[in-house]
Every structure is written in structure tokens, then in C-alpha cells.
Design a protein around this ligand. Sequence first.
Ligand code: HEC
Ligand code: HEC
Ligand code: HEC
Ligand code: HEC
Ligand code: HEC
Ligand code: HEC
Length: 324
Amino acid sequence: MHIKKWAGICRNVMLWVLPLFFSLSGGQVLAQEMEDCMECHGDSTKVSKVPRIERETGEVKVVSMLVDKDAFMHSAHGLSKEGFTCTDCHQDLSGVYGEHAALLQPVDCVTFCHDDPGASYLEGSHVGHMKEKEKEKKRAPPTCKECHIGQNSMRETPVKDDPFHRGQINQMCSGCHEEYKLTYCTNLHGQLASLGYCNTDIANCSDCHGGHEILKSEDPASQVGKKHIVETCNKCHKGADQKFVKHIAHPKFKRPELYKDLLKALKDRDLKKIASDPQSYLMLIFLMYMGIIGFTFTAFGTHSLLMWFRILQDERKGEDGHGH
Ligand code: HEC
Ligand code: HEC
Ligand code: HEC
Ligand code: HEC
Ligand code: HEC
Ligand code: HEC
């Protein structure tokens, strides 16, 4: 009986107290490591002495070295169950305590942690397109950190539903696809997004096209290709079918500069092309609509103007009649 009781107590210690002890001390080591860094990086007066240079604009900047621990804890890595410490990412500082070199290695997202999404992005055809354009000195392809940037720092990698991140993705895509951004904003999705509603309800560029593997819509494997478009719209529009997805995502009719294809087809009498493109129906209907409105207002205006002259004339005649 006595032995059994002691065995029970021992087992309880093993089962409850030891793991608790280890997890607490593990947490403490973790916290201690962060505190080491925060001793300086919690100080709002610290700024970089060596200026940082913005990659795209070449702008020279003085960056604050203040780390907002709360914002970090609410970011994708802070929320993760693994409990990241500073040196998991700033690996060149592991084992370094106190003062350190001013310029560190940029954090490498791919090598140690994200080789899967890294590969799907870096080996995708879209990055290939971007690189071709880069040669023409247009824009460099965005890096992992530029798309997954937090509101204050690249360190605060947002979770995927973060409205700021979703708005940022729209902006990132629009930087290279101005025409598609303008036409997206002609649509209800884009109108809502440009009013600042960037939550997960409203489709941003990546909800339809994807984030890492972006394919042409003609490619059946594309998220907006024949095979997957119903599924893509169904994420938000339950019950969407083949008919629903005929909706035009990038209507051109409100932008005069996008009429050139239609004008060319009209000039070449290419009726087949006009008939096969739903955009041309929209454009023609819009032109007719504007024509009718224009005609109505001109006719109405001229009519009113003539009536007005007539009334004036009649009044003057009446006054003249009074005088006699
Ligand atoms: C003794 C104070 C001090 C401590 C402790 C400290 N830092 Fe720093 N850190 C600085 C200062 C000052 C700068 C700005 C350097 C400059 O621009 O001159 C800086 C810059 C940085 C930068 C930016 C480097 C770059 O290339 O732009 C990172 C990242 C960084 N620290 C991370 C850490 C991490 C992680 C720890 C903990 C392991 C840590 N620091 C501990 C003072 C400190
Ligand atoms: C998930 C990875 C990650 C973790 C964890 C992380 N950082 Fe960073 N940090 C970055 C990235 C990315 C940058 C942007 C510069 C770069 O590309 O290296 C950065 C930049 C910085 C800078 C430069 C100022 C700035 O905002 O650009 C400082 C200072 C810094 N980190 C300190 C810390 C401290 C202190 C911790 C721990 C509390 C920490 N970091 C944890 C990824 C991380
Ligand atoms: C053009 C913008 C863009 C670039 C560049 C980019 N991503 Fe993404 N990434 C996205 C979008 C959009 C998603 C899907 C939704 C989300 O999580 O934001 C995503 C998703 C992810 C996810 C999954 C998040 C989850 O919760 O499932 C990881 C991890 C990731 N990206 C890492 C990377 C890495 C690593 C790189 C660099 C090699 C990179 N991304 C480059 C836009 C981008
Ligand atoms: C750095 C510039 C750049 C950025 C940023 C960019 N793209 Fe592209 N994208 C291109 C280039 C270049 C092409 C090739 C076709 C062209 O010249 O328009 C392309 C092609 C495409 C295509 C057609 C696919 C194909 O294979 O031709 C789609 C769809 C697309 N992009 C959507 C997006 C979306 C969505 C985003 C944001 C997540 C985005 N792009 C961000 C430059 C960019
Ligand atoms: C509601 C879903 C949806 C949203 C949101 C959306 N697109 Fe599209 N996008 C499409 C569809 C469907 C097509 C193919 C038909 C067309 O061209 O209108 C397309 C075509 C394109 C093309 C031409 C290449 C191709 O694959 O045919 C580009 C580039 C593009 N979109 C970029 C963007 C950008 C940039 C945004 C965000 C500003 C965006 N799209 C938002 C559905 C969408
Ligand atoms: C991320 C969610 C999301 C995705 C994905 C999405 N939509 Fe929408 N869409 C919305 C929201 C929100 C509205 C606003 C009105 C509403 O609640 O229906 C809307 C409105 C519309 C409307 C206006 C008519 C209406 O119901 O008021 C059409 C048409 C439409 N979407 C078509 C599409 C098509 C086609 C696709 C796929 C290519 C698509 N949407 C993908 C969220 C989405």
C-alpha cells in the first residue's frame, strides 16, 4: 500500500511537474534571448547610424531600430506555436550578445524555412515574365518580404487574412498591371477594395489569380482558367455555376484608351472578333447608351433654350403692348 502510494506520487511528478518545469525553463530561455535584444531594441531613441538604401527607389533612409514586441507577437511568426526568437531569423546574431555589427545579412526566408512556397514562387512562369521585363529596366520582381510586408516592418509578417496585407497585394500587382487595376476598379470587387474594404470577403487580385503560381487565363490550370474558375468564384459566391462565371472581371468600357482594339476590329471589318468578345458588346452598348443620353440632353437643352427665347420675346411684346 505504502509503496503503491509513493509510486503514484512519483508517477504524478513525472507526468505533470517535470514537463511543466521543462516547458517553463524552455520558455524562459526563449524570453531571455528576446530580452537581450530588446534591451536596446526596446529603446525608441535608437536609430540606424548607417543609412539604409531602398531597393526600388534608391532612396536613402534613416530607419528606426525600435522593435514593437506587441506587433511582432501578433504577426504570423509571433502567433506561431513554434515561438520564434529573434535569432531564428537574424541568424548571423546567434550566440552574439550585446553590441553587434551595424549591417546584418538580410533575413533569408527560403533556405531554412520556406523552401516550398519559395520554389512555387521562384520557379513559376510569372517570375520568368517579370525577369524578362526587368531586363528592359522596368521593375524588378517583388521579393518574399515585399509581398509579405507588415505595416511597420518586414519583420511583422502579416497573417494571410490581414486587410493591410491584402491591400498591399493589390498594390503590388497594380504596379505592373495598371490597365487591369483600372478595369478591376470598374467592377464591384475593385470599387469596394478601393474604398478600403480589403478584408477576406472581397476579392483581391490573388483571390482570383493566386499568389505564387500565376498563370494566363487561357491556361486550363489557371485559377481563372476553364477548369477552376467555378471553384474560384465559389469560395465566396456559393452556388456559382458556368453561367455566373461569364461575368467580366475586367470591363474596359469606361476607359476610352481601351477602345483601340474595338476600333481596329471595326476598321478591319473583323466581325468575327467583335462577335466573339463579350467586352465588345459591353462597349457598343455603353456607346449607344452614351449616344442616347447625349442626344436626349442636346435635344432637350436646345428645346428649352428655344422655349426660353420665345417666352422672353412674348413677354417683351406684352410689355410693349401695355405701354400703348
Ligand atoms: C547594445 C545594444 C544592442 C543589442 C543588445 C542588440 N542590438 Fe541590434 N542594433 C543595435 C543598433 C544601435 C543598431 C543600429 C546599427 C546602425 O545602423 O548603426 C542595431 C541594428 C540591428 C538590426 C538591423 C541591421 C541591418 O542590417 O539593418 C537588426 C536586425 C538587429 N539589430 C537585431 C538584433 C537582434 C536580433 C538582437 C538580439 C540577438 C540585437 N539586435 C541586439 C543595438 C543593439
Ligand atoms: C520571422 C523572421 C524575423 C524574426 C523572428 C525577427 N525578425 Fe527582425 N527582421 C526581419 C526581416 C525580414 C527584416 C527586414 C530586413 C531584412 O530583410 O533582413 C527585419 C528587420 C529588423 C530590424 C531592422 C529595422 C527594420 O524594421 O527593418 C531590426 C532592428 C530587427 N529586425 C530586430 C529584431 C528583433 C529584436 C527581433 C526579436 C524580437 C526580430 N527582429 C525578430 C525578420 C525577422
Ligand atoms: C507577388 C506577391 C508574393 C510574393 C513575391 C511572394 N508571396 Fe507568398 N503569398 C502571396 C499570396 C497572395 C499568398 C496567399 C495568401 C497569403 O497567405 O497571403 C502567399 C502565401 C504564402 C505562404 C503561405 C501562407 C499560409 O498561411 O498558407 C507562405 C509561407 C509564403 N507565401 C511564403 C513566401 C516566400 C518564402 C516567398 C519568397 C520566395 C513568397 N511568399 C513570395 C504573395 C506573394
Ligand atoms: C514586377 C512586375 C509584376 C508584378 C509585381 C506582377 N506582375 Fe503579373 N506579369 C508581369 C509581366 C511582365 C507579365 C507578362 C505579360 C505582360 O507583359 O503583361 C505578367 C503576367 C501576368 C498574368 C498573365 C500570365 C501569363 O503567363 O502571361 C497575370 C494573370 C498576372 N500577371 C497577374 C498578376 C498578379 C495577380 C500580380 C500580383 C500578385 C502580378 N501579376 C504582379 C509583371 C508583373
Ligand atoms: C473576380 C476575379 C478577378 C479579380 C479580383 C481580378 N481578376 Fe484579373 N482576370 C480575371 C479573369 C476571369 C481574367 C480573364 C478574362 C479577362 O481578361 O477579363 C483576368 C485577366 C487578367 C489579366 C490578363 C492575363 C490573363 O490571364 O488573361 C491580368 C494581367 C490580370 N487579370 C490582372 C489582375 C490584377 C492586377 C488584379 C487586381 C488589381 C486582378 N486581375 C483582379 C479575374 C479576376
Ligand atoms: C474573396 C471573395 C470573392 C471572390 C473570390 C469572388 N467574389 Fe464576386 N463579390 C464578392 C463580394 C463581397 C461582392 C459584393 C456584393 C455581394 O455581396 O454579392 C461581389 C460581387 C460580385 C458581383 C456583383 C453582383 C452581386 O452579386 O452583387 C459579381 C457579378 C461577382 N462578384 C462575380 C464574381 C466572379 C465571376 C468571381 C470569380 C471569377 C468572383 N465574383 C469571385 C466577393 C468575391
